[in-house]
Design a protein around this ligand. Sequence first.
Ligand code: NDP
Ligand code: ZN
Length: 376
Amino acid sequence: MKQLISLLIFLVTTSVVFAQDNRIPSKGLALFSKAGQFEPYEFSRHSIGDDDILIDVMYSGICHSDIHMGKSEWGNITYPFVGGHEIAGLVTQVGKNVTKFKIGDYAGIGCIINSCGECENCKHGLEQFCEKGMVGTYASHDYLHGNEITQGGYANNYVISENYAIKIPKNADMKRVTPLLCAGITTYSPIHFSKVKKGDKVAVAGFGGLGHMAVQYLVKLGAEVTIFDVTEEKRADAKRMGAIKYVNVRNPEELKGLSNQFDFIISTIPVKYEPIMYVRMLKIGGEMAIVGLPANENAPNIQTGSLVFSAHRKVYGSLIGGIRETQEMLDYSVTNNLYPEVEVINADGETVTNAYKKVVDGEVKFRYVIDMKTFK
Ligand code: NDP
Ligand code: ZN
């Protein structure tokens, strides 16, 4: 009996050590506090399971959500925090059950890296609404791997189940492909949910990383696009991207005569604003999708009374998109050459810290992408 117990202890201990040994060493850029600067950080990811792939990260986009999350604007997070949920890279290892990828393929990672896979929502390809909770790419408890906190893609590598990784075709422009994995799907999904079609009059509020993808998808569908933003700097870009009108909301004159105009509006605004102003611009039966997620302390409100007096318009929230739809969006975008406009930056702490500031100050056109190969 004693021998059996000793043997069991030996097996458990060695398997723990074995599992630990198989963890994947990783290094990236992390914030160590909400007001901190990005600094190099070494950590590890879970071992490569039978269904998993290891990705050598090439590029990582900076989404405004990374900034909200990194600064604990949606609630306090655990630090260190490695941001990045717009990730593209090269597959360098595959688990023994993997069929979707082989070594040398390109793979992408968006905001979801796991979910229960069994609930009705997961079965319908809506992993973002998993009843047990989706596992986010960063700052999320990975209940499928000992509840460890996930770290994002401002790093040299990532381990993910093949079922949650997106195939990136070999002909894709890798520098520009990463923002599709969040900015792309978050705008593509509600545009299709609301069945926008050729000739519809539509509007995009917030002409940044997400907004400029929305404009491209809507123009491609043949809709008539109006853009709302707060700066003169992007007026020419709006025209170049095919919008028929650009409204600077800081100029009250430009806001006149816009009620009952639109079939569809998507709001990507990341700060406090008055959603009802846009609801009033919808035609009867028009739909407004809200995707912008301002900090908790700046959360916009809609008064129910105002909604009643703007009746028969629909307002809904939209959260990224499921894995199946993300693959569909990526294939559609690459085939139709619909890419974000990006500024590629080096992977050093000072540059990324500065990039966060510039996104908040409206100084990027239209998305920063970190070249992770420059990380030392
Ligand atoms: P960006 O900062 O790239 O874009 C935001 C844009 O909104 C900028 O062009 C900004 O202008 C503009 N803007 C700021 N204030 C106003 C205003 N009052 N009226 C109109 N436009 C305004 O952010 P992202 O596109 O990366 O993200 C946008 C939001 O969407 C964030 O809150 C983010 O967290 C959220 N998000 C939500 C997702 C979801 O699943 N629902 C997924 C991904 C992101 P300027 O630059 O000149 O300041
Ligand atoms: Zn994002």
